[in-house]
Design a protein around this ligand. Structure first.
Ligand SMILES: Nc1nc2c(ncn2[C@@H]2O[C@H](COP(=O)(O)OP(=O)(O)O)[C@@H](O)[C@H]2O)c(=O)[nH]1
Ligand SMILES: [Mg+2]
Ligand SMILES: [Zn+2]
Length: 309
């Protein structure tokens, strides 16, 4: 039985790319899921490696879903290797609290993450008293060092000036990736630089509504110029910590994990426990205060959530 990968899901149809075929619409086979999937509440996902059967009318049936290496719920996609977390240096303003929240969410899935700061053409050399929110070259450098120090890959791009695109492509070679980030940070603009023959709709932040319109509706894998596959999706817009428990939060802050092994108590939440090495590291400055603050904030959110149920 032939094997393939679901590259698009729309209105109950799964578009399967047979193994070895190049990703083009003409090469995909339009399939339905096997009847028993519904009974067993199995939902085939974009990114799933599947077995399928061709039917007489040129369409097909997905008969089996092969084991997944990863599974995201929002966006619904399987077997993602890399999440590219996209934040603009400004417009919208770089929000490190939100960035750390996304990081926790991704660390919890166990998928590799690459940080990408877009719109580098909007960086300013110096702080202007009239516009204190502008991101300066020096401030972005400080932030880059912080996250590189934790062990993340940090890339800077400008779609407008076509800077950094090759570097991202290199990181995504042969991988299935997904771009995550707020609306308006420049995901689609960046993807357009990386995908030939396809023009994804981009949009300015609507002044009237004060937010970007959602122009991307369904999940679909698109071919990168280098053989990688990328999902263009609305991204993770609404993040919550439904899946992260208080005890697990600390391990989603990568730089806490090793230090926390030295804490006196197993399961130390790094709050007021005696001999907490994480708090020591914050006091010494080896763990950034911003990261610890965000940890406390998220821990509070998780506890509030518990109280509500
Ligand atoms: N200055 C600048 N603006 C950009 C850049 N990339 C995207 N934009 C603008 O940012 C807005 C949102 O871009 P879009 O790609 O639709 O963002 P998405 O919502 O994340 O997909 C658009 O007005 C783009 O023209 C860039 O590199 N530099
Ligand atoms: Mg977009
Ligand atoms: Zn501790």
């Amino acid at each position: 039985m032939p094997q393939g990968m679901i590259v698009k899901a729309l209105s109950g149809y799964y578009y399967v790319l047979p193994e070895g075929a190049e990703l083009q619409d003409v090469n995909t086979i339009t399939c339905r899921g096997r009847g028993v999937f519904k009974n067993r509440k199995i939902t085939p996902l974009v990114g799933d490696r599947v077995m399928f059967e061709e039917t007489e009318n040129g369409e097909g049936t997905v008969t089996e879903i092969l084991p997944r290496s990863s599974e995201l719920i929002r966006p619904p996609i399987a077997n993602v290797n890399v999440v590219v977390l996209v934040f603009s240096v400004t417009e919208p303003v770089l929000n490190l609290q939100l960035l750390d929240k996304f990081l926790v969410h991704i660390e919890n899935t166990g998928i590799e993450v690459v940080l990408c700061f877009t719109k580098s053409d909007l960086l300013s050399e110096h702080t202007h008293p009239a516009a204190p929110k502008e991101m300066t070259v020096a401030e972005l450098e400080r932030i880059t060092k912080l996250y590189e120090g934790i062990g993340y890959t940090v890339l800077k791009t400008s779609s407008r000036q076509r800077v950094g695109v090759e570097s991202i492509l290199q990181h995504l070679e042969g991988a299935v990736s997904v771009f995550a980030g707020q609306s308006g940070v420049g995901k689609s603009s960046l993807l357009n630089e990386m995908i030939s023959g396809r023009n994804l709709e981009t949009n300015a932040i609507s002044q009237r509504l004060g937010r970007g319109k959602h122009t991307t509706r369904h999940v679909e894998l698109l071919p990168l110029n280098n053989g990688g596959l990328v999902a263009d999706t609305p991204g993770f817009s609404q993040l919550d910590f439904m899946e992260v428990e208080a005890e697990g939060l600390s391990s989603c802050f990568k730089e806490f994990a090793e230090v926390a092994e030295g804490c006196r108590f197993r399961g130390c939440l790094h709050l007021h426990e005696p001999d907490c090495k994480v708090r020591d590291a914050v006091a010494e400055g080896t763990i950034a205060a911003s990261r610890y603050d965000h940890y406390l904030l998220f821990l509070g959110e998780i506890k509030d959530r518990k109280r509500r149920y």
